[in-house]
Design a protein around this ligand. Structure first.
Ligand code: BGP
Length: 479
């Protein structure tokens, strides 16, 4: 579709930016917080880039007022952050840590005082270590009730001021790394356990949404999905089939459950034949149907192109670029289903992520056609090396170009008929990347922090800060 004229962004559009507790807060063992799985995992040598961990991160816990001040100066309309579960329940369940609740109370009040809509993520990967030890966290159905209780505690405490909620952040990405690639805690490589843990997470997500209806009846909730729309490497029927497989197994497997309460039938049957399909217990189907969201949260960074992958001798997992050395990414796949391929039409970042703004429009259209739900972009951004100049400036014109081109495609998608309610860039300040340390930066605000530590953590506005400030002020008129 080529539109002669593009409509403006809707009034009240949630111009925002995002973060996650583990990546910004630090204060990992302060004020009664218990450890999360990440607090332990990152201390095992070799698990992260240069063995970085979130003990200090960018010290947002102690500097949240300064950070919110910067958000207000920028004119942000919304700010997405996550609550650290072990800060609220140090032992995963049982006794509530009042000091943890107070921290988020203060943060939320600060946001509201500056007319910034808080968007609260309930789970952004930092499950309490206590639950990992007690019953294997997401591998036990016991977690459904513990997660539900934790969510209810937050609904009751913050539901009066927080109207936008994200249930689970990137369940797909997190479980893929945790149970297939062995790169997130608990570091497992087992397809059966991957599908079982996912099923339990789907149930926990549905239960949390069902409770939300009771406690925050005027609020809106949805999961944030790491959506990486698929392309075929060529028009050969074999590549087309690989692309269909990829879209079913890497996208609809999650989106269908979130938005329809059902697994897509073709992949489910395939996994069942292989003995890998998740086990349904009585009541599961009904519960999944209770988890229908108000919006689909989309975290979009790139598209991925797929090609035929033979069953015998096909590619499985390959090396991932976590160093910023362009070209070091290797093909990965599932033999008999698909493998990733290079897309020669698309530029790449230094971490080999495909820069594809039109892919965002394509993805949003696919979601709209299939589920007809509003979309909230809860993450989108460019991770790159930034250079701090001697005059304390950061000229990140590459980030401006990235964000501008993606926002332009949002406008196109709105013209296509996508109901887009908001856009949160990733991220507001620079922060700790789970596996890539501090050198892969995403923020509008530079934080003087690196892998070696010991820096003063001061905040410095990048050129993109002023650019986004203008975008918000003009409601995206010049995009
Ligand atoms: C998403 C996560 C974020 C963030 C982002 C950038 O998958 O939800 O927490 O980390 O990706 O990823 P990375 O830090 O690996 O570049």
């Amino acid at each position: 579709m080529i539109h002669e004229k593009l409509p403006p962004f809707p009034a009240g559009f949630l111009w925002g930016s995002a973060s996650a507790a583990y990546q910004i807060e630090g204060a990992w063992n302060e004020d009664g917080k218990g450890p999360s799985v990440w607090d332990l995992y990152t201390k095992v040598p070799g698990t992260t880039y240069k063995d970085t961990n979130g003990d200090i991160a960018v010290d947002h816990y102690h500097r949240y007022k300064e950070d919110v001040q910067l958000m207000a100066e920028m004119g942000l309309k919304s700010y997405r952050f996550s609550v650290s579960w072990p800060r609220i329940y140090p032992h995963g369940s049982g006794e509530v840590n009042e000091e943890g609740l107070t921290f988020y109370d203060n943060l939320i009040n600060e946001l509201v005082a500056h007319n910034i809509e808080p968007v609260l993520t309930l789970y952004h990967w930092d499950v309490p270590q206590a639950l990992q030890e007690r019953y294997g966290a997401w591998e036990s159905r016991e977690i459904i009730e513990d997660f539900n209780q934790y969510c209810i505690t937050l609904y009751k405490r913050f539901g009066d001021r927080v109207k936008y909620w994200v249930s689970l952040n990137e369940q797909n990405h997190n479980t893929n790394h945790a149970y297939m690639l062995g790169m997130h805690p608990p570091g497992v490589k087992n397809r059966k356990r991957f599908y079982e843990a996912n099923h339990i997470m789907f149930l926990a997500n549905a239960q949390a949404i069902a409770s939300f209806r009771k406690y925050v009846p005027d609020g809106k909730i949805g999961p944030s999905f790491a959506y990486t729309p698929s392309y075929p490497a060529s028009s050969s029927p074999q590549d087309m089939l690989a692309y269909e497989n990829a879209e079913e197994f890497t996208s609809y497997w999650w989106l269908d459950v979130y938005c329809r309460g059902e697994y897509p039938s073709i992949p489910y049957r395939h996994l069942k034949q292989q003995g890998l399909a998740p086990v349904f217990e009585e009541g599961d189907q009904e519960l999944l149907k209770q988890g229908m969201p108000d919006f689909v949260g989309v975290n979009y960074y790139q598209t991925i192109t797929y090609e035929h992958n033979p069953l015998q001798g096909g590619v499985s997992s390959g090396k991932m670029n976590n160093t910023g050395k362009k070209g070091s990414n290797e093909s990965t796949g599932v033999p008999g289903l698909y493998k990733t391929a290079n897309n020669p039409h698309i530029e790449k970042s230094n971490w080999d992520w495909n820069i594809d703004p039109i892919g965002l429009r394509i993805g949003m259209r696919r979601i709209t056609s299939r589920y007809d739900l509003p979309i909230f972009i809860t993450e989108n951004g460019l991770g790159e090396f930034d250079k701090l100049e001697s005059d304390d400036r950061i000229h990140d014109e590459y980030r401006i170009a990235y964000l501008k081109s993606h926002l332009h495609q949002c406008k196109q998608a709105i013209a296509d008929g996508v109901e887009l309610i908001g856009y949160c860039s990733w991220s507001f300040t620079d922060l700790l990347s789970w596996l890539n340390g501090y050198q892969k930066r995403y923020g509008f605000v530079y934080v003087n922090q690196d892998e070696e530590g010991g820096k003063d953590l001061r905040r410095i506005k990048k050129d993109s800060f002023f650019w986004y400030q203008d975008v918000i002020q003009t409601n995206g008129e010049n995009i």
